[in-house]
Design a protein around this ligand. Sequence first.
Ligand SMILES: [Zn+2]
Length: 723
Amino acid sequence: MFRTRLLLAAMTAAITSLSAGAESPKTPEAAATPASAAANPLLKASTLQYQAPPFDKITDADFQPAVEEGMKQHIAEIEKIANQTDAPTFANTIEAMERSGALLTRSAKIFFALVQANTNPTLQKAQVELAPKLAAHRDAIYLNAKLLARVNAIYDQRDKLDPADKFLTERYHRDFVRAGALLSDADKSKLRALNEEESKLQTAFQNKLLAGTQDGALKTKDKSDLAGMSEGEIAAAAAAAKERKLDNTWLVTLQNTTQQPAQVELTNRAAREKLFKASIERTEHGDANDTRETVVRLAQLRAQKAQVLGYPSYSAYSLADQMAKTPDNAIKLMTDMVPASVDKAKSEAAGMQALAAKDQKDFRLEPWDWQFYSEKVKQTQYKLDESQIKQYFLLDRVLQDGVFFAANKLYGITFKERHDLPVYQPDVRVFEVFDADGKSLALWYADYFKRDNKSGGAWEDNFVQQSALLGTRTVAFNVCNFTKPAAGQPALISYDDVIAMFHEFGHALHDIFSNTKYPTLSGTSTTRDFVEFPSSFNEHWADEPSVFANYARHYKTGEPMPAALLEKIKEAGTYGQGFATTEYLSAALLDQAWHTQVVDAPKQDVDKFEAAALKHFHIDYALVPPRYRTSYFAHIWGGGYSAGYYAYLWSAVLRDDAYYWFKEHGGMTRENGQRFRDMVLSRGGTEDMDAMYRAFRGRDPSVEALLETRGLKAPKADSRAGG
Ligand SMILES: [Zn+2]
C-alpha cells in the first residue's frame, strides 16, 4: 500500500511538481506512429464532469503522442517564462510554472494509472520509451539557468509574499537547491560524478542481490526436509528446481525479508535453520554476488554527496525536507520504542519457549524457530477461521455501510453511484461525492478486483488533482487486488481487505477534501513521512463499534457478527507485534546508522558495523534479527528509501496519536471530523507538516498511542475515558 503509492506519486510528481528524483536519461528510441492529432482525445481537456477521463474515446495509441506533445508544450511554456524580459515576480514565474504543463499532466496521469491498473503490451512499450524522456524533461527544467535566476530573485524577496505564496516559493527554491542548481561549476561536476557512481553502484547492488537471492534458495534432495509444507507448495518447489535444470531436487526460493514464509510450516528444525542461514547469508559468500564492498562505498559516497550539498550527513540531507527534519528526530522516535518492543518480543519468545518445551526437553528457541512457534501459539490461543469471518464482509456492504457510512458520520459527505461516466474496465465503479450541504465535491473510482494485467498491492491516486488556481476538482481512484467471485457469487472479502478499503479511501479523502490553490501542494502531495497518515488513520474506523455493527453482517441472514468473533479478530491483531516492531526498528535504525556517517568516517566492515549499531541502539536481540540485514537491504541501497525507512513508522505514530485525540474529545463526531478535515485533510502540503500536525493535536506527536494500539504498553486509564 505504501510503496506502490509512492512509486506512482514519484512518477507523476516528476511531471507535475518537479519534486521527484530523476533517473539518468538514456538514449530515447523512436516514437510509435502518432495517432491522428485531430482525433486524439487527450489533446484537449475533457468536457466530462470535473474533466473525468473520456475512457470511451481514448485508445492505447493515443498516450505516447499525447505525452510527447505534452513535454514539448511544457518546455515551450517553461522557456517563455525563463526568457521573458519582465522582472521576475511570483505571478510571472512561479505561478506561471504552476499553470504550465497541462497537457503533460493530464495525459501522463491517465497513462500511468492505466499502466499500473490495466496494462497491455502497447502501454508497456510506451512506458519503456517514455520513462527516459520524462527524466530528461525534468533535467531540462532544473538545469535552465535563466529560470533558476528568476526563482532565486523571488526567493530573496519572499518575505513580501503572502504565506501560501512564500511557502510555495521556498518549495521551488529548495527543489532547485537540492538538485544542486546553486553549486559552483566545480562542485556541480563533483556531484554529477558522485551521482553517476551512485547510480552505477545501486544498479550493481540490485543485480548482485537478485542473483544472490536466486542462488540462495534452499536446495534439497531429501523430500523429508519439506515436511509440513502443503502438497501444492512441495510441487511448486519441485517445479522451481526443474526450471533450473536440477533433477530430483526441491527448491525453496527466498523472499526479500530475513524471515521466510516457509519457516511457518517446516516441521524439520534442521531445514528451518538451513533456510534461515541461506537467507541471511545470501549476499555474504565472498563471491561475485557479495554486496558488502558495494554498500560500504555507497554509504561513503552518499556522505560525500551530502558534504558537497552542505549537510553533515546523507541522512541530514535526505530528511531536511521531510516532517522528521533531522536524523535525531527520526532516531529518537525509534529508540523511544525500542525497550517496549524488545520486552514484548521477549514475552512472545517466552510463550513460544514454554509451548515448545512441553514435548521437547532442553529445547532452546532460535531465530529460525520464531515463525513456526508463533503460528502455533496463535492457533492455540485464537482459533480463527477465515472462511467463517468472510461471511460477514460482503464487499458492497463494507463499501456503502462501512467506508461511506464512516465518512458520512465524520464529514457529512454522501455518495451517488454514476453509471453514465465511462470507465477503463467494466468492473470499475464511479461515485460522485457530495458535501454536507449537498453540493457536488469530487468523483471517485473504485477498481477492486485482481486481474492479470494489474500490479500487486493496493493504491490510491488521482486522474485530476484539485487546484483553485487551475479551477480543477478531484477525480481520485482506489485500486485493490481482491479475489473476484465466480459469476453469480457474492464478493466476500477478508478482514485485511476491509482494512485495505478503509486505508485507500483515507488517501482518497485527502485528495477529495483538498482545498488548496496550487497543484504542487494539493491533496496527497505531502512529505514521504506524512502521506500514509490520513490513510492509515482512516483504518481506525473499521472496527469502531457503531461502524462495524453497520457493515459486518452475514451476507445471507443479515445477522451482525457475534461479539466473540470480533473480539478474537481484535486480539489476534495485536499478537506478534513485539516481533514485527522489533525487526522493523532494527532495520530502520541500521538505515540511519549507515546514513548518518560523517564524510571522513573510516571504511567499515559491514558485519562489525551492523552488530555495533544494533548494540548501540539496544536492539541487539539475537532472536529477532533486522527485517533486512545490511547486505540485502534493497530499500536503502537500491534507491528510494535511503535514510527513509523510518517513514513507515513516522506515519503510524501520527495515525494512532491523532486517533487518540478523537478518543479524548468525544470520539467519532461530526464536529471532530470537520476539525480534522479543516486542519489536516483539506490542506495538502501547504505548510510544514509538523506545524500542521501540532496545530491539530495541540502538541507534538507522541508515541504512546501507537505503543498501546500495538499492545506494547498497557493503556493509561484516562486515555480510554473519552469513549
Ligand atoms: Zn497507503
